[in-house]
Design a protein around this ligand. Structure first.
Ligand SMILES: NC(=O)c1ccc[n+]([C@@H]2O[C@H](COP(=O)([O-])OP(=O)(O)OC[C@H]3O[C@@H](n4cnc5c(N)ncnc54)[C@H](O)[C@@H]3O)[C@@H](O)[C@H]2O)c1
Length: 364
């Protein structure tokens, strides 16, 4: 079992990472110390791993509650937060409660938001069970729910006390969801630099075929890179953390415009393709680099079906993105892998060009 230290000013926690390690979680001090434990478990995960979860549940705490959560973007909502809080109050959980989420990025975002506001903040452990949540969303402390048509517009910064990753859970994850995880991994390839991008390209099939050593290495690299960024800009104040939004301004708009028929990670792949085309259109990324990075993104086209889309609507949705100021769309763009620029404003026609070029590969 590997341990990765996440050091953030005034905060420190560890990520445990390994294969077939879930049974060790109930023996950790942080669990043993807490008598009151509230579990938020993804419904599909629960259906696939009921025995493991039940055994864990039986081994922990004295007062406990199992809240089974249906992970959909629609349920990243105040209604679900209200339901979780109502269950906490009804069952007399106080400030000394430990909340544990077991599930993907949606479950983690909702459960951590609830943990951050209940009794002004209770202890929180994240057990990510999708590839996307293992490489990205479980670390960094962003919690959140959607509101109206805007993704993640309500939320807090709240770091977990521990992140526990058992890649064994990935064995029941549908292929489509592995592709979603690849979306964030590709983002890290473009953020970290050419060597890591090449590594991902070479290991693409090993990841899809579930090679444990490869998956653990990739998760470790992504988490280490993200934690370095978060350490230096936890609350997205200096601009450094903004690089993590590469492709995401496009992706969030694609998700909303497609009415969430397309998943976050799939939208990230299409969004990265748009960001590459936009970077090329404004002469930041040269043609040879565009041609170097695109094929790996396009190699997932079979698993992404974007229905008929409206570029004007996509543009309007992007203008409402929470990261914008004065209705100006701010993009994260790149000169090459590892060389990023944030807060770039471009002409509307360049954005439309990027949308048409980036989305063409993924049309249903
Ligand atoms: N907080 C952050 O920093 C951050 C970063 C990136 C993404 N996100 C958010 O994460 C969300 C996407 O997360 P996701 O891709 O993990 O999706 P998800 O949570 O919807 O999970 C995907 C699907 O897999 C199922 N599932 C989960 N684990 C399983 C398992 N082991 N076996 C079988 N089925 C399983 C879920 O029920 C769901 O149907 C988005 O809402 C996005 O906004 C947050």
């Amino acid at each position: 079992m590997k341990k990765i230290d996440i050091k953030i000013p005034n905060n420190f926690y560890q990520v445990y990472l390994g294969s077939n390690i879930f049974h060790k979680l109930s023996n950790l001090d942080v669990i043993k110390r807490n008598k009151n434990i509230f579990l938020v478990v993804d419904k599909n995960l629960y259906l696939n791993h009921r025995d493991k979860i039940s055994l864990f549940y039986n081994n922990i705490g004295t007062k406990k509650f199992l809240y089974v959560f249906e992970a959909t973007e629609k349920n990243k909502s105040f209604t679900e937060i209200k339901n979780i809080i109502a269950a906490l109050i009804k069952n007399n959980f106080g400030r000394d409660t430990l909340l544990i989420s077991i599930g993907g990025g949606i479950t983690g975002d909702v459960a951590s938001f609830a943990a951050s506001i209940y009794s002004r903040g209770i202890k929180y452990i994240n057990v990510p069970t999708t590839l996307l949540s293992m490489v990205d969303s479980s670390v960094g402390g962003k919690t959140g729910i959607n509101f109206g048509n805007t993704k993640n517009i309500v939320g807090t910064f709240y770091q977990p006390d521990l992140v526990f990753i058992d890649i064994e859970f990935l064995k029941t994850l549908p292929h489509e969801e592995i592709v979603c995880g690849m979306g964030e991994i590709l983002k890290y390839g473009l953020l970290i630099g050419d060597n890591f991008f090449e590594e991902i390209k070479n290991k693409r099939n090993k990841i899809l075929e579930f090679n444990s050593t490869t998956i653990i290495d990739v998760i470790k690299n992504c988490i280490q890179f993200k934690s370095d960024i978060v350490r230096n800009d936890e609350k997205e104040k200096t601009g450094l953390r903004k690089v993590l939004n590469l492709g995401h301004t496009f992706a969030h708009a694609i998700e909303v415009e497609q009415k969430h028929h397309i998943k976050h990670g799939q939208a990230v792949i299409a969004g990265l393709a748009c960001a590459l085309h936009l970077s090329n259109k404004i002469n930041l990324l040269n043609d040879s680099n565009l041609e170097k990075y695109l094929p790996l993104l396009i190699s997932f086209a079979d698993s992404i079906d974007i229905q008929k889309y409206d570029t004007k609507k996509l543009y309007e949705i992007m203008k409402r993105d929470k990261k914008n100021k004065d209705e100006k769309i701010k993009f994260v763009l790149l000169k090459k892998a590892g060389e990023l620029f944030v807060d770039i404003e471009t002409k509307k026609e360049d954005v439309i060009y990027a949308l048409n070029n980036g989305l063409q590969y993924y049309k249903a």
